[in-house]
Write a protein that binds this ligand. Structure first.
Ligand SMILES: [Zn+2]
Length: 173
């Protein structure tokens, strides 16, 4: 099932030149003052994002990409615009473009003490050294076992690194 979306489904973050969060819109948590890279991102993801942010600041041109970020009930796809502003600030716009209901809602699962790494762009989960579809992990691999849903840290998988490299190449043409 694909839901029709309203365009108020947009979260924004404004970062200063050191990537401290100056302001947000439609973001539930109060994270103003926090550095964007204080979240649980691994080194590869941090370097990828810093590289993109720097390119936007240098080129003074918006970079756009797409990614997936699910919640308990929906598989969700977003467009991300990274927009240059004055004084080396940048604005991140996360726009929900498509969502489909999950076969299994995750709402009623407990939370386990386990931690897995997830690709921040496609939501695949790192399992035995390979990134796999999260639905596959839920249904087939007992990642979400009796203990419930694990915590996730964020990294980025090889195919998303390639995708972003291609997008950056055409961005810089
Ligand atoms: Zn990925």
């Amino acid at each position: 099932m694909v839901s029709k979306l309203k365009y108020d489904m947009m979260e924004t973050y404004i970062l200063d030149r050191l990537n401290n969060i100056l302001a947000t819109e439609n973001v539930k948590d109060n994270i103003v003052g926090v550095n964007y890279f204080d979240f649980s991102y691994d080194e590869v993801l941090v370097n990828m994002l810093k590289n993109i942010f720097d390119k936007v600041r240098i080129n003074e041109k918006t970079f756009s990409t797409t990614y997936r970020c699910d919640n308990d009930d929906y598989v969700r796809y977003f467009k991300l615009n990274i927009i240059p502003m004055k004084n080396q600030m940048i604005k991140l716009e996360h726009i929900l473009t498509k969502q489909t209901k999950r076969k299994t809602s995750l709402k009623n699962f407990g939370r386990s003490s386990k931690t897995y790494k997830m690709c921040a762009w496609c939501n695949k989960v790192l399992y035995n050294g390979k990134y796999i579809e999260i639905e596959h992990a839920i249904n087939g691999l007992n990642i979400f076992d009796d203990e419930g849903i694990p915590s996730f840290t964020h990294g980025i998988c090889e195919s998303c690194i390639s995708k972003i490299d291609r997008e950056l190449t055409s961005y810089e043409l």
